[in-house]
Design a protein around this ligand. Structure first.
Ligand code: SF4
Length: 356
């Protein structure tokens, strides 16, 4: 193996439906549905919005046996691969594998023991789908949780390692990914660094769990996942937010774009404004951002408040505006294309974006 390879280039490739995860594939963006688990139409509407935002894999909880019919209907109509998320009842996981799941997400620690896990593995093998072993700081095995000699990251990794051994050595099942999540940023970083070192072939699903509402959650996730992604750790990611899952997906893409790993949406460059600014730049930037949310060109758009840094940044971006007193000079590919009043800045930028 090439020593210069990044951790995510060393992992095994698994397929979640048509989405490749691991083995050097681009970091796959995923999210989780939060519509009621028995409401097919609501889940499909959410999947459509997520697909539009660039989500590549969705996960759906199956909290009760009665929700299996809805899960099956969602899988049948979904344009995205659907991962079945099951706790406590192995028989639901087995049924989900038979009814169209593109992957199963279980925690062997709460699914009913290793024998029940073995049955789930056989169902996944039969269906030809992978399994994510999801270990969580909040639900560690008692035997590991009580050990005084291990730090929390070491406990999470010990737990994941024990399950991976069972899957691989005892069941000869290698179609798997692992996550080991905590709500604390440093624990997340330390845990995934250890996992990448100890289980180098296993694709990693990275995320800071229970990260909070959008503002705090995005910052925590960007801090933790940013470090890991920069080190090449992580094959698929979710930014967990107490919010609309579409926000999770936008946050994933913005983070991947900021790290120059993947770009799908436009990047907005806008100044913080200061006493020199003579337009409502914050309002303008927000309006532009709103419009850009539905644009899928990986372009740079600069919205700048005055002539100090404005012309330079605006000219450097694909399109941009450098504002003056109630007006703006619009640039496209480095050249001035028009001068407009403040009220026409957003339409002018959008027109230039159309023409790119
Ligand atoms: S570009 Fe101009 S208005 Fe914006 S922060 Fe810089 S100096 Fe202030």
């Amino acid at each position: 193996m090439d020593e210069n390879m990044k951790p995510h280039q060393r992992t095994r490739r698994i397929m979640v439906g048509a989405a490749p995860v691991g083995g050097g594939a681009p970091v796959a963006v995923q999210s989780m549905l939060n519509a009621p688990a028995d409401d097919v139409a609501a889940n499909l509407a959410q999947i459509e919005a997520l697909a539009e935002a660039g989500c590549e894999i969705v996960r759906m909880a199956i909290p009760r046996r009665a929700c299996l019919d809805a899960f099956e209907a969602v899988c049948a109509a979904s344009p995205l691969p659907v991962v079945a998320d099951i706790h406590f009842d192995a028989t639901i996981a087995i049924e989900a594998a038979r009814r169209g799941a593109a992957k199963l997400r279980i925690n062997p620690g709460n699914i009913g023991g290793l024998e029940a896990t073995r049955d789930v593995i056989e169902a996944a093998r039969e269906a030809g789908i992978p399994i994510r072993i999801g270990v969580n700081a909040g639900s560690l095995d008692d035997a590991i949780a009580e050990r005084q000699d291990l730090t929390l990251p070491e406990k999470l990794v010990a737990s994941a390692r024990q399950y991976v051994r069972f899957f691989e050595d005892e069941c000869r099942f290698f179609d798997l990914a692992v996550s080991a999540k905590a709500h604390d940023v440093q624990t997340t970083i330390d845990t995934y660094r250890l996992l990448a070192a100890e289980l180098p072939e296993v694709p990693l699903h990275i995320g800071v769990t229970e990260a909070g509402t959008a503002f705090q959650g995005i910052i925590k996730s960007a801090a933790g996942l940013g470090v890991l992604l920069e080190e090449g750790i992580g094959d698929t990611m979710r930014i967990s937010l107490t919010d609309d899952p579409v926000v999770e997906v936008r946050a994933c893409w913005t983070l991947l774009g900021a790290l120059d790993l993947r770009r799908r949406a436009p990047e907005l460059i806008s100044c913080p404004t200061c006493g020199r600014c003579q337009v409502d730049l914050i309002g303008l930037a927000r309006e532009v951002e709103e419009h850009l949310a539905s644009v899928q060109k990986p372009v740079k758009v600069a919205v700048m408040g005055c002539v100090v840094n404005g012309p330079g940044e605006a000219a450097d971006a694909d399109i941009g505006v450098a504002c003056g007193a109630g007006s703006g000079v619009v640039f496209s590919h480095g050249k001035i294309v028009r001068k407009v009043n403040e009220s026409d800045i957003v339409p002018a930028l959008l027109e230039e974006l159309e023409n790119l």
